[in-house]
Design a protein around this ligand. Structure first.
Ligand code: MN
Length: 342
């Protein structure tokens, strides 16, 4: 997935520090609702994604710094996904599908087919580029792409990697879960992470209630894909994220509807480092972002090259150019600190 906004905002992401407004807590409600904004991925038949992170309201949940949710889309109408080679730095991409298939190629020499219920994790670190194209057989495309910011101590030392893991479902009364990163419901993903975090798909049957044990040091987000879900008694509409702060050891998830519900749980320890996100880069300061952009435009070695990309449009771009930087230096923007549940 690429951030294809023509004039991407810079987003400085920070936790802790200054006290911020805690609107949801003022009313004694422990859950903050983060609404999505629609973002076209670009191309002649642009597929639109629903982006809940980053937002002005909240830019990170643990190390999770980007969340796109899409579909179910009839690809005969939307064209599906076709993202030409584009760069990343300082992050890992998590591709997680509910339906359809996406072919991935990256400059680390990795190719992979992203399938429903299977984690595909790409580590950008110092620099990588990749392409993402839904397969010709795909009729419905439906899933999420999430980014994880890498801590400063490891971000430049990690090589280009692409990891695959298909978790076994964990059953519980009224549903099941696929734990793709971290530990939940007694299941631990073998895929290494670089800060304490968790990621899982959870399905709830109609009427099911799940009291989910979680790490009280984590903040959590519940992205609802389908169903009438409440989190700690607060309705979380479809395609929004219900956010809980740190300090609670149990999340109460309920499917209030008559149809099955599906959600993606993301969580982690407050990241504790300020980052700057601009376009597809995560960095630490304005000069670094400028340098990444120049190196990508100059076909620099930092990013390598993708071999074998074939898009849906024979006349389409073979490489996504970086947008223009804003004419001013990227300025910090305060993120609200995680709220603390009592
Ligand atoms: Mn990407």
């Amino acid at each position: 997935m690429s951030n294809t906004e023509v004039h991407p905002d810079e987003v400085v992401c920070q936790d802790g520090g200054l006290p911020g407004p805690r609107a949801a807590c003022v009313d004694g409600v422990p859950v903050e609702i983060i609404e999505a904004r629609d973002v076209p991925l670009g191309g002649p038949r642009a597929m639109t994604v629903r982006r809940t992170l980053p937002q002005r309201q909240r830019s990170m949940i643990g190390a999770w710094c980007f969340a796109d949710h899409y579909g179910p889309d009839d690809v005969s109408a939307t064209g599906g996904m076709d993202v030409a080679p584009h760069p990343h730095t300082g992050l890992q991409t998590v591709s997680w599908l509910f339906e359809g298939a996406i072919d991935h190629i990256d400059s680390g020499g990795n190719t992979g087919r992203v399938l429903p219920g299977e984690l595909n994790l790409m580590t950008a670190g110092y620099g990588i580029c990749h392409s993402e194209v839904s397969t010709a057989e795909t009729t419905t495309l439906h899933g999420v792409q999430l980014w994880l910011a890498l801590p400063d101590a490891v971000r430049d030392g990690l090589g280009r990697r692409f990891e695959h893991y298909a978790p076994d479902p964990v059953a519980f009364e009224g549903g099941s879960a696929l734990v793709f990163l971290g530990t939940l419901l007694g299941q631990t993903s073998p895929v290494a992470v670089h800060s304490p975090l968790v990621g899982a798909e959870i399905r709830l049957e109609a009427g099911a209630l799940l009291a989910l044990d979680v790490d009280p040091g984590f903040e959590h987000g519940v992205l609802v894909d389908a169903g009438e879900v409440t989190l700690d008694g607060v309705a979380v509409p479809r395609a929004t994220v219900g956010y809980t702060g740190i300090g609670t050891g149990i999340l109460h998830l309920r499917n209030e509807g008559t149809e099955p519900a599906r959600l993606v749980l993301i969580g982690g320890a407050p990241f504790g480092e300020e980052i700057i996100m601009w376009w597809n880069f995560v960095g630490r300061d304005s000069d670094e972002i400028t340098r990444y952009r120049e190196e990508w435009q100059a076909h620099g070695d930092r990013f390598g090259r993708v071999d074998g990309y074939v898009g849906h449009d024979p006349d389409g771009l073979t490489r996504l150019p970086a947008p223009a930087l804003p004419g001013v230096r990227l300025h910090p923007r305060q993120n609200r600190p995680p709220h603390v549940q009592e």
